[in-house]
Design a protein around this ligand. Structure first.
Ligand SMILES: [Zn+2]
Ligand SMILES: [Zn+2]
Length: 368
């Protein structure tokens, strides 16, 4: 049997939710130590694992990153952790690549760093590791995700997966309560929220930049229907292909919401949260992964880069430390019926290919 499939098979039996990946992290840390890595555990205060293999020679620090958390699914009315996003596969490929690189003497300059990151699905795992210094000395970082069958075939991989930025915006509107018979003495929070929603819908950015903003929740209930409600809360879901577009959109939306509230004499507190940045890759890392994919699959296996509306907290590594060069490839693996589907399945033979792409790219960076 192949090492990478053995690793996957084991990790698949111990799915754990974000920041609770205790068994997974202990196993990965133990295997990294056996392979000769210096290992730091509980990185980020929870279940992050960082392995480091220092060549002792001048050179770049290259990080290979895998997320390790599972998803929660309701099965027969019970919440169960299941690996339906393939993070067990990502961890298996990165660990097998790390072992192969060290065993074959391929870390000839600089450092090879392995990041096993918790809680990708919560959107906060990468940040927890960054705050704990996991990428302070990292110059380059590579990541991977399994791709669904309708995107690429099993005979293909793609050298750049462009996730969109996503964010939530919330407005809490404060009016003045009054009797329903005397609306002129109150300020109706529903009116304020409705004007704000219309104002946000009237925002126009350059149509060549892809984005969307829409209200996705409206909460208002003063408990009675014969009085002027004084409190309302509206949430907007915001998406943009580029981080620069997201910044403009958030700024315009905040002023539209404030202006909307002011129109009827209400006040509003606006906050943005659950912010995940969009992908930003450097050309040389896309070229590196294209070369690695071509070497592993042959030229016909190199698919073009793909855009996806999904988010990935990997992009915090670049946002929080902009000097890092990042690359992120997508692995074709016959995945059906879809990522996050409770019946998600794929062909495990693809794992050896993903391992080989990591090994090829890392050798190229760390050879003397
Ligand atoms: Zn996921
Ligand atoms: Zn995922």
């Amino acid at each position: 049997m192949s090492r990478v499939i053995d690793l996957y098979d084991f990790l698949h039996t111990i799915p754990e939710l974000g920041f609770q990946e205790h068994k997974t992290a202990a196993f990965l840390a133990g295997e990294l130590k056996k392979a000769g890595f210096a290992v730091r555990e509980q990185v980020g205060g929870a279940t992050g694992v960082v392995g480091e293999y220092d060549s002792g020679k001048e050179g770049p620090t290259l990080a290979l990153r895998a997320d390790i958390d599972a998803l929660g699914h309701m099965v027969n009315g019970q919440l169960c952790a299941m690996h339906t996003c393939g993070h067990d596969a990502h961890a298996a490929m990165v660990l097998a690549a790390a072992e192969e690189l060290v065993a074959s003497g391929s870390v000839q300059r600089g450092k090879l760093k392995i990041l096993f990151q918790p809680a990708e699905e919560l959107g906060t795992g990468a940040l927890s590791m960054i705050k704990d210094g996991a990428v302070d000395d990292v110059d380059m970082i590579l990541g991977v995700h399994l791709r669904p069958q309708e995107e690429i075939t099993q005979a293909q991989a793609l050298p750049a997966l462009y996730h969109a930025a996503s964010e939530r915006l919330e407005g809490v509107f404060h009016g003045v309560p009054a009797h329903g018979a005397r609306p002129h003495l109150g300020v109706n929070a529903i009116d304020a929220a409705a004007v704000a929603i219309a104002a946000v819908n009237a925002i126009h950015l350059n149509p060549n930049e892809s984005y969307s903003i829409k209200a996705t929740r409206f909460l208002c209930d003063s408990g009675v229907t014969n009085a002027i409600p004084a409190e309302a809360t509206v949430t907007w879901d915001v998406r943009a292909e580029l981080n620069s577009t997201m910044e403009k959109l958030i700024e315009k939306a905040k002023s539209a919401i404030r202006a909307g509230a002011a129109t009827v004499g209400a006040t509003v507190e606006v906050t943005n949260y659950q912010s995940i940045p969009a992908a930003e890759y450097t050309d040389d890392m896309i070229a590196l992964l294209s070369e690695a994919i071509t070497a592993v699959y042959g030229p016909e296996g190199l698919h073009k880069p793909v855009k996806t509306a999904g988010g990935e907290d990997f992009h915090f590594f670049i946002k929080e430390k902009p000097s890092i060069k990042a690359g992120y490839f997508g692995l074709g693996c016959g995945l059906t019926p879809g990522i996050h589907h409770p019946d998600m399945t794929f062909d495990k033979r693809a794992l050896a290919k993903g391992q080989a792409v990591f090994v090829y790219a890392a050798r190229k960076v760390l050879k003397r």
